[in-house]
Design a protein around this ligand. Structure first.
Ligand code: BES
Ligand code: ZN
Ligand code: ZN
Length: 494
């Protein structure tokens, strides 16, 4: 994909379909479209007769004297946000690809004072690239899609002054979008292909490309070294577990971050087997790990000024003759013991070892990402990531990054009373409560016991990592949630 930046007008880009933005309910299109479009009476009359209203993501493809033009609705002027700009670009890109076009010119919308030209450029590139994402690893493209590919996006500004800044914003956006695509590829990949060792080899490939540190501890070493949480879950699987560490360490790093990812490449539930309806979706139970790998790739590519360590526990959760059983007691890396009352609450078990391992870096911030609880989907649905932390300043920073990326988080309480439910009679903790109440929070309270002394936050992405509904810049399936959020957090951190 080629991404160019030009000064001028969208209808002056050779070979590209110009895209116009239209705002809703500004009665006539004259007031919506840029002056250059107004000089085309043919275009104007078709737009006004078409019934096009400018509602968000409404499209109108029009023939012109030479070529075509695409008009895309932005929705109402008040409440115009960068997220609508992302959607605008994604809708335009997908509509043009569907119609077989190869090149498009997007206006760097401005003038309404809702964002800088750089931020708009970033949103346009992110939106277009994320919207065009497809997973074609295991299929021949059907006829109507074969060969349909946008190969050039030109951002067009009406001022020459900001061109350099817009160019670098666009390059940054591309890096981030490519990282999100990596996460989506790993999540969409089926569990017979994306195995724990596949995740390890992906980590090594990232490390090689970006010259960052990578350590992989294979199953045998995990057993010897006392990674009891991960080993307990992994012992039922024929695919050996992998503990993966990626370490991006720039000279004179300002702060140190550790991002922990739940990497269950398939969650059958184990001996507490899940029902079969939709079980195939449980390949996405490594979405936290995917987000961590992708964030490390982006952080290294963008050369953020902080040390960033990714820690991933990768394994399947399988029932078998060697699998752990309800009632088993594990000794985790921290030394704390856990009574496994439900083998399907496995994410928290593998994360105990990640969180304990994080302590060796004396980090300024530790965040774990996990598709941890079905209860989070009930509580927050697919619009918000569950955020749990006792660290108010960290909560604020994550919340702000969530607003600006539209990967929004919602904080849940971490009162001590919830933690009482996780005490076992015969071990230090049990992995599920008896009541089943507040399942998302009790899971976080369990994790908290292993994050002692760390400036730590937990993100439950069970509801946000996968979408059943197609959205403009999130085609249905794997979302790749968390990558843009963490990158934003890193870039804003001072
Ligand atoms: N991976 C699941 C959580 C999940 C469920 C993610 C649905 C995405 C969609 C997790 O390992 C799990 O099974 N959690 C149990 C915990 C329970 C046994 C306390 C759950 O949520 O049912
Ligand atoms: Zn489970
Ligand atoms: Zn799980």
């Amino acid at each position: 994909m080629r991404i160019d930046v030009n000064a001028g007008r969208v209808d002056q880009v050779r070979g590209a379909v110009p895209v116009y933005a239209a705002l809703e309910s500004e009665r006539r299109p004259e007031t919506l479209l840029p002056a250059s479009a107004l000089r085309d009476p043919g275009l104007m009359s078709v737009v006004s007769r078409s019934g096009f209203r400018g509602a968000a993501n409404e499209t109108l493809l029009l023939p012109r004297r030479q070529g075509w033009a695409l008009i895309v609705g932005l929705g109402k002027a008040d409440g115009l946000t960068l997220d609508r700009v992302r959607q605008f670009a994604a809708t335009a890109a997908r509509a043009l690809r569907r119609n077989g076009f190869k090149s498009m010119a997007l206006p760097v919308l401005g003038g309404r004072g809702f964002a800088s030209a750089e931020d708009v450029a970033r949103a346009l590139v992110e939106g277009a690239l994320l919207g065009l994402y497809r997973y074609d690893r295991f299929r021949k493209l059907p006829k109507h899609e074969a060969g349909r590919k946008i190969d050039t996006i030109t951002l067009v500004t009406d001022t020459r002054t900001r061109e350099a800044a817009i160019r670098s914003a666009a390059a940054r956006a591309r890096t981030v979008a490519e990282a999100v695509a990596l996460a989506r590829d790993l999540i969409t990949g089926p569990s017979n292909f994306v195995t724990p060792s596949h995740l390890a080899s992906q980590a090594k490939a990232i490390a090689r490309r970006h010259r960052i540190g990578c350590t992989v501890l294979p199953f045998g070493r995990l057993k010897r070294m006392g990674f009891g949480g991960l080993v307990g879950v992994a012992q039922g699987s024929a695919h050996p577990a992998q503990f993966i560490v990626l370490d991006y360490r720039p000279p004179r790093a300002k702060s140190t971050f550790v991002f922990c990812g739940k990497g269950i490449t398939f969650d059958t539930g184990g001996i507490n087997l899940k029902p079969s309806a939709k079980m195939e979706q449980m390949k996405y139970d490594m979405s936290g790990a995917a987000a961590v790998l992708a964030t490390l790739q982006a952080a290294a590519a963008l050369r953020v000024p902080h040390r960033v360590v990714g820690v991933i526990a990768a394994t399947e959760n399988m029932p078998s003759g060697t699998a752990q059983k309800p009632g088993d007691i594990l000794k985790t890396l921290s030394g704390k013991t856990v009574e496994v009352l439900n083998t399907d609450a496995e994410g928290r078990l593998v994360l105990t070892d990640c969180l304990h391992y994080a302590k060796r870096y004396r980090p300024d911030c530790v965040i774990d990402l996990a598709t941890l609880t079905g209860a989070c989907i009930i509580a927050l649905g697919s619009e918000a990531i569950g955020l749990m932390t006792t660290h108010d300043r960290l909560a604020e920073r994550i919340t702000a990054a969530g607003e600006s990326t539209h990967e929004r988080v919602w904080r849940l309480p971490m009162w001590d009373e919830y933690g009482e439910l996780m005490k076992s009679d015969i071990a230090d903790l049990k992995n599920v409560s008896n009541t089943g109440e507040a399942g998302t929070i009790t899971a976080a309270k369990f994790l908290e016991a292993f994050a002692e002394g760390l400036p730590w936050a937990h993100l439950d992405i069970a509801g946000t990592a996968w979408t059943e509904r197609d959205k403009p810049y999130v085609p249905k399936g794997a979302v790749g949630v968390g990558v843009r959020l963490l990158v934003e957090l890193l870039e804003r951190w001072t």
